[in-house]
Design a binder for this molecule. Structure first.
Ligand SMILES: *Cc1c(COP(=O)(O)O)cnc(C)c1O
Length: 456
């Protein structure tokens, strides 16, 4: 089926409120034209992120009721650990409050000053933790990932030649691990093929480099492998996931995405030595190694979510609902990143607003305009998110995008229609959209809290 119907029925509803355009203009001004700073009650359809915004199932809500809130050895911890071992196949699990908690631990235990960490395109919090620990992130994704109009089935793949070149150039002993995102968020939710993962593992093993996955979106990646890679069409999502993970020495996970919960995460490892280092740090930053910043009930809901995410009908609907929005925009001639990835539709702001230079923050400006037009909240993923380099200069990413991120199991196809109509109507009057400039710029991860004003 092209766009399968929702594989769930609705048991509880949350009313959303429509605002007027005048109201939204005021809200936008008060929020410094940064969609992160808009109060959620002023948002109609919230596509800011799919992080922690999933709707939990009745079974997950039931899980919340059996929370064992013991400081040490909570029953729910054992359930979570067992789920991670069974579904992802890693022996050692360190719970954390969310994905970046795991990134912090991994970066601290593995990176020495002056090390290089290759990866298939940066992610904001991942790179920040690498840099805070004295490492240098090196992008080894295939070139095509930086080109929005090129269609490839596995546009998140590691460029093996770039990876090998880095090893030859700096020496394997300066590369503690390669970080492989499955899927690649910043490239548009693009997947990595099984074949590529296998080869990355081969090269890494030969050179004594560990492979660490950013497994945040691994179920989406597994779906794409099933859909697109020869030999995997008849395999279950669970089987594909297991094989993917067999090519990694460990992973960081933001449970707020593919584990279908509102908060939580973990670091998973195969190496006992690394595990012991991580547990000695988790008590400093997160909590006991049997809760890591989560309540017992949160761990139980995540364990349940990990199993639910393996359901083919769930993940098929999730991917195809995103694709529905993308196809609708594409058919109307809106420039988007292609092919449409796993969790979001990315508008190509450079082609949407060609009259603005990248210094005029086109993606930030476009996300503000979309909110003003319809109350739909999106996120900038361009020059503002890319931040500054070590010399304090702006980074100029090739991709300047607005991300329309679809929460899991929350909205229907009719909501997608509203979003598409708003974007299409703005495209018709795109020449009137003005750029933005900073009025406040925080030193790290500036996109979260920066403030802007229109350039007159
Ligand atoms: C969200 C995300 C993270 C960070 O996880 P948090 O739970 O937000 O801390 C890391 N990597 C990717 C790919 C993500 O999407």
């Amino acid at each position: 089926m092209m766009y399968p119907p929702e594989p769930f029925k609705i048991k509880s509803v949350e009313t959303i409120k429509m605002t007027t355009k005048e109201e939204r203009a005021q809200v936008l001004k008060e929020a410094g034209y940064n969609t992160f700073l808009i109060p959620s009650k002023k948002v109609y359809i919230d596509l800011l992120t799919d992080s922690g915004t999933s709707a939990m199932s009745d079974h997950q809500w039931a899980s919340m009721m059996i929370g064992d809130e013991a400081y040490g050895g909570s029953e729910n911890w054992y359930h979570l650990r067992d789920a991670v071992q069974e579904v992802y196949g890693f022996e050692y699990v360190v719970p954390t409050h969310q994905g970046r908690g795991a990134e912090n631990l991994l970066s601290q235990i593995m990176i020495k000053h002056g090390d290089y960490i290759p990866g298939n395109m940066y992610f904001t919090t991942t790179r920040t933790h690498i840099e805070l620990n004295g490492g240098k992130f090196v992008d080894v994704i295939i070139d095509e990932a930086h080109q929005p109009e090129i269609e490839l089935p596995f546009k998140g793949n590691v460029d093996l030649k770039k990876y090998q070149n880095l090893i030859d150039e700096v020496g394997a002993n300066r590369i503690p691990y390669i970080c492989v995102g499955v899927t690649v968020n910043m490239a548009g939710g693009q997947p990595v093929s099984m074949e590529n993962l296998r080869k990355v593992k081969e090269i890494s093993e030969k050179n004594g480099i560990k492979v660490m996955f950013d497994a945040t979106r691994c179920v989406e990646n597994a779906y794409f492998i099933k859909e697109r890679e020869p030999g995997y069409g008849d395999k279950s999502i669970a089987e594909i996931l297991k094989e993917m993970m067999s090519y990694a020495d460990g992973c960081t996970m933001s449970g707020k995405k593919d584990c279908l919960v509102n908060i939580g995460g973990f670091l998973a490892l195969r190496d006992q030595d690394l595990y012991e280092k991580a547990t000695s740090l988790v008590v400093v930053y997160e909590g006991m190694p049997t809760y890591g910043g989560m309540a017992g009930r949160d761990m139980e809901a995540m364990a349940t979510g990990i199993y639910e995410s393996l359901d083919f009908h769930y993940i098929e609907h999730r991917i195809k609902q995103v694709r529905y929005l993308g196809d609708k925009l594409d058919e109307a001639g809106i420039p988007i990143i292609k092919p449409v990835g796993g969790h979001a539709v990315f508008l190509d702001a450079k082609r949407f607003l060609p009259h603005l230079s990248q210094d005029e923050l086109p993606a930030q400006a476009l996300s503000a305009e979309i909110y003003l037009d319809s109350g739909v909240r999106s996120m900038e993923r361009g020059i503002v998110s890319a931040g500054r380099d070590e010399k304090g200069r702006n980074r100029y990413p090739k991709l300047e995008t607005v991300r329309l991120t679809i929460p899991r199991r929350v909205y229907t196809y009719s909501h997608m229609d509203v979003v598409a109509d708003s974007v299409i109507s703005l495209f018709d009057k795109r020449n009137s959209i003005k750029g933005l400039e900073f009025v406040y710029e925080p030193p790290v991860l500036r996109f979260f809290t920066a403030r802007f004003k229109p350039i007159e």
